[in-house]
Design a protein around this ligand. Structure first.
Ligand SMILES: [Zn+2]
Ligand SMILES: [Zn+2]
Ligand SMILES: [Zn+2]
Length: 121
């Protein structure tokens, strides 16, 4: 019985921890700006990134995508390949600054291959 009480105490009541940007697992879709509509076509067709939901699930921890400046798009309305249009990318928990590009995510005119332009690995 005591054991059950301990479990209960540990699990609830659910206290929502203050949202820390690094640990959100649902983010507003960057590609459509959370509207759920495909900005490229009419609002009748759903956003290809979030499938019309306006939010997308990500695996925390996440960081803002440096490749598209967390806009989810590159070159107009093309979906950013690095973050798949989400504007956020998952990083390993023990992510560290990329030694190849020194955290800039860039190598000359191209993005750094080692960190996929994120500046962290
Ligand atoms: Zn969307
Ligand atoms: Zn991106
Ligand atoms: Zn790099």
């Amino acid at each position: 019985m005591e054991y059950a009480m301990q479990i209960l105490n540990r699990c609830g009541p659910a206290v929502r921890p203050t949202r820390r940007k690094r640990f959100v697992n649902e983010v507003s879709c960057a590609y459509c700006g959370g509207r759920g509509a495909d900005p490229k076509y009419s609002s009748a067709s759903g956003c290809p990134v979030c499938r019309g939901a306006g939010i997308v699930r990500v695996m925390p921890p996440v960081v803002a995508c440096r490749q598209c400046g967390s806009s989810g798009r590159v070159g107009g309305d093309l979906i950013c390949l690095t973050c798949k249009g989400v504007g956020m990318v998952s990083v390993p928990v023990e992510a560290d600054t990329c030694s190849r590009c020194g955290g800039t995510g860039e190598e000359g005119v191209f993005y750094c291959n080692a960190c996929k332009g994120q500046g962290i690995v």
